[in-house]
Design a protein around this ligand. Structure first.
Ligand code: ADP
Ligand code: MG
Length: 247
C-alpha cells in the first residue's frame, strides 16, 4: 500500500494545490463514511472549481473591460429599440465567437453601446472566452507604431490569439491614410478567423470618413457584415436623460 506520508509530495508533484490544501480537511468523508471514489470526486471537484475561478479571474483582468457594465444593470425599458432576448442570447452562447462572427452596435452617443459590448464580453469571459476591450483609436495608434517598427504582422498575430476583440468607438478614428489602413488590415486579418464587437456612432454610409478611401471602407464593411449581428439603438442618450434627471 502507498504511504500516506508521501501524499502531500505527490499532490505537489502533480500540481494539484487545492487537493493538497483540502485532502486532510474533508472531515465529512470520515464522519459520513464516504466511499473512496466519493472522496476523490469531492477533492477533484474542489481542484477543478479553483482552476476555473483562477482562469476567469485571469481572463477578466486581461480583458481590460470598463468596470460594472452588466446586462443586469442595463435598463432595457430605456432602450426599446433593442431586444433583451437577443442580447441575452449573444451573451450566453459562445457559438458565434467560436464561428468568428461579429457583432456591430450602432447608435448615437450615450445610448449604452459600450455598456452592452462590455456586458456581453463579461458574460462570454465567464464562459471561458478570451477577450480584449480597447478604444479603436488607441489600438490603431498601437498598430501604426508596430508598422513603423516593421512589426505589424507580429502585432496582428498576437491579437489573433484573442478570439474576441472589442473595438469601441470605431467612428472616432481620424481619417489618415497611414493610420486607418492598419484598421483595414486588422479587419481583414480577423475575417473568418476571430470575432469583433464594434461600437459605432456613425452608420456604414459614413464610414468613408474612417478609412482612407471608399474602396477600403466598402471592403472592410463587406468582411465585417458577411457573418454579423447588427444592432441599432435608436433612443436618445441615456447618459443625457439621466444627467438632467439628477439635476
Ligand atoms: P455609448 O457607448 O453609447 O456612448 P455608454 O454605454 O457609455 O454609451 O452609456 C453611457 C452611460 O449610461 C454609461 O454609464 C452606461 O452604463 C449608462 N447607460 C446607457 N444606457 C443605459 C441603460 N439602458 N441602462 C442603464 N445604464 C445605461
Ligand atoms: Mg461608448
Amino acid at each position: 500500500m502507498a504511504n500516506i506520508e508521501t501524499l502531500p509530495l505527490l499532490l505537489k508533484q502533480l500540481s494539484l494545490p487545492t487537493m493538497l490544501q483540502h485532502w486532510h480537511s474533508l472531515e465529512s468523508a470520515q464522519e459520513e463514511s464516504w466511499r473512496p471514489g466519493e472522496y476523490l470526486a469531492a477533492l477533484c471537484e474542489l481542484e477543478v472549481n479553483r482552476r476555473y475561478q483562477k482562469r476567469i479571474a485571469r481572463l477578466t483582468h486581461e480583458a481590460k473591460l470598463p468596470g460594472g457594465k452588466l446586462l443586469a444593470t442595463f435598463d432595457f425599458t430605456a432602450a426599446k429599440s433593442i431586444k433583451k432576448s437577443q442580447l441575452v442570447a449573444l451573451s450566453e452562447n459562445v457559438g458565434w465567437v467560436k464561428q468568428a462572427h461579429n457583432l456591430i452596435i450602432f447608435g448615437p452617443s450615450g445610448v449604452g453601446k459600450t455598456h452592452l459590448a462590455a456586458a456581453i464580453a463579461t458574460n462570454l469571459i465567464s464562459l471561458g472566452i478570451r477577450a480584449l476591450f480597447t478604444s479603436t483609436t488607441a489600438l490603431v495608434q498601437k498598430l501604426q507604431e508596430a508598422r513603423r517598427l516593421y512589426k505589424l504582422p507580429e502585432a496582428l498575430a498576437k491579437l489573433a490569439r484573442i478570439p474576441l476583440l472589442i473595438l469601441d468607438d470605431i467612428g472616432y478614428v481620424k481619417k489618415d491614410e497611414q493610420e486607418t489602413s492598419v484598421l483595414f488590415e486588422l479587419i481583414a486579418d480577423r475575417y473568418e478567423n476571430n470575432s469583433l464587437i464594434i461600437t459605432a456612432n456613425q452608420p456604414f454610409s459614413e464610414w468613408d470618413s474612417i478609412f482612407p478611401d471608399n474602396m477600403m471602407a466598402v471592403a472592410a464593411i463587406d468582411r465585417l457584415i458577411h457573418h454579423a449581428t447588427i444592432i441599432n439603438i435608436t433612443e436618445h442618450s441615456y447618459r443625457k436623460a439621466h444627467a438632467s434627471q439628477s439635476t
